[in-house]
Design a protein around this ligand. Structure first.
Ligand SMILES: Cc1ncc(COP(=O)(O)O)c(C=O)c1O
Length: 399
């Protein structure tokens, strides 16, 4: 028998994603999927991106096709700094680095900050890939409870005081998977906690621009000017993935200079730099001033879909399910109530739903520990209103 290949011990901390297993079933013909975390490819601004790519190749072919600086392509850093400026964040182009998606920013944070055995506090539930990424670096990941207004800050303070985490990771605006948005008051409390406990807070914000009605509160980073000393403890991750295109793999990280320098060093050994062609294209796109119209369009389409999904869930599942209507983002986070002897286990519900031709993701894998097995995540992003209504009707039959 062949000798087995030996792998690093760090892999022992991480399981293959339960969600990935479910995705294998999605190939079944006719399945309506609410399972993905993707934006709708039908909404990509292909004309705008084509124009931007053409400009990148004609106006700056050397830069767009050559190796580039690890920190990022300067014209893009300037555009991103201005984009953040429009959202109340004062940042110089040198105050951010471009990353290969915000996923890479999370990886760089893990790489630069986590020693094996360190504790990290996240929301319960949170983005599954973050839990996996931090565990890969040996972190003990601890979940802080949330409600519809985001993380419960009093509980968070108790956990910080007890565990002295290396940092706290939050998705404060239209969270994945929770859809929840941290209230203004809680945002300020989080800033105060960062200062009081000298604990870095990572704000992951890929969804903040995808709001449907009123804008959400300013980002924690934007609010840091109101809490003295808090900016020194803040890391902010942004991304063009959900609003423009995930295939561009353009994200960014704003952090204190000492962290940014170390993250840049690690990025150098990882991918040298984010694709210069993608960066030059993104820079041209932002420079052309197309972003406001693109945002208005995606907000409007997702708002219609979210509304349709909320109404269909109420109509078809009634008291078997409870949820808060999301004000933005891509997701409904819901909980089976078990009313009238109906199903309470979302894993079992997911299996029955697939048999009826509809898919969603059970909520349990999004918890670092103590999963709530009655929870589930439904994305309204990729199906049109008719498909949403049909899919939720099928869900009603699967209960
Ligand atoms: C909360 C959160 N953070 C980060 C990412 C990674 O996005 P990207 O690497 O495409 O910017 C995602 C993608 O689903 C996400 O939901």
């Amino acid at each position: 028998m062949k000798d087995p290949m030996q792998f690093a011990d760090r892999l022992n901390n991480v399981e293959t994603s339960a969600i990935r297993e479910l995705f294998k079933l999605l190939g079944k013909p006719g399945i309506i999927s609410f399972a993905g975390g993707f934006p709708d490819s039908a909404m990509f601004d292909v004309a705008g991106i084509t124009e931007a790519a053409n400009k990148a190749l004609t106006e700056e072919p050397g830069a767009a096709l050559q190796y580039g600086a690890t920190e990022g392509y300067n014209p893009l850093r300037e555009q991103l700094a201005a984009f953040m400026g429009g959202k109340g964040v004062t940042v110089a182009p040198e105050g951010l680095i471009v990353t290969t998606g915000s996923q890479q920013a999370l990886d760089l944070i893990g790489k630069t900050m986590i020693n094996p055995g360190d504790k990290v506090i996240v929301e319960a539930p949170t983005f599954l890939a973050t839990i996996q990424c931090f565990r890969l670096y040996g972190a003990q990941v601890i979940g802080a409870p949330i409600d519809e207004h985001g993380v419960k800050v009093d509980e968070l303070e108790k956990l910080i005081a007890e565990h002295k985490p290396k940092f706290v990771y939050l998705i404060p605006t239209f969270g994945n998977p929770s859809g929840a948005t941290l209230s203004l008051e809680r945002r300020k409390k989080v800033l105060a906690l960062a200062v009081k406990y000298k604990t870095p807070v990572v704000e992951d914000d890929p969804y903040g621009d995808l709001y449907f009605g009123d804008a959400p509160p300013p980002s924690i980073l934007a609010l840091s000017s109101q809490v003295s000393g808090s900016r020194d403890w803040l890391v902010h991750c942004g991304s063009l993935s959900k609003v423009l295109s995930p295939g561009l793999r353009v994200g960014w990280m704003i952090a204190p200079p000492e962290l940014l320098a170390r993250a840049t060093m690690c990025k150098q050994f990882s991918d040298a730099h984010t694709s210069t062609f993608a960066q030059a294209t993104a820079a041209q796109y932002l420079k052309a001033g197309r972003m406001p119209a693109t945002l208005a369009h995606v907000r409007q389409v997702y708002a219609e879909r979210a509304q349709a999904m909320g109404q269909a869930l109420k109509r078809e599942l009634g008291d078997a399910i409870e949820f808060t209507q999301p004000g933005g983002g891509l997701f409904f986070w819901a909980r089976l109530t078990g009313a009238n002897g109906k199903l309470k286990d979302a894993g079992e519900f997911a299996k029955r739903a697939i048999e009826k031709g509809v898919a969603f993701v059970p909520g349990a894998p999004f918890y670092a520990s103590n999963p709530d097995t009655a929870t589930l995540r439904l994305s309204f992003a990729t199906a049109d209103v008719a498909k949403i209504e049909e899919g939720i009707a099928r869900l009603g039959q699967a209960l």
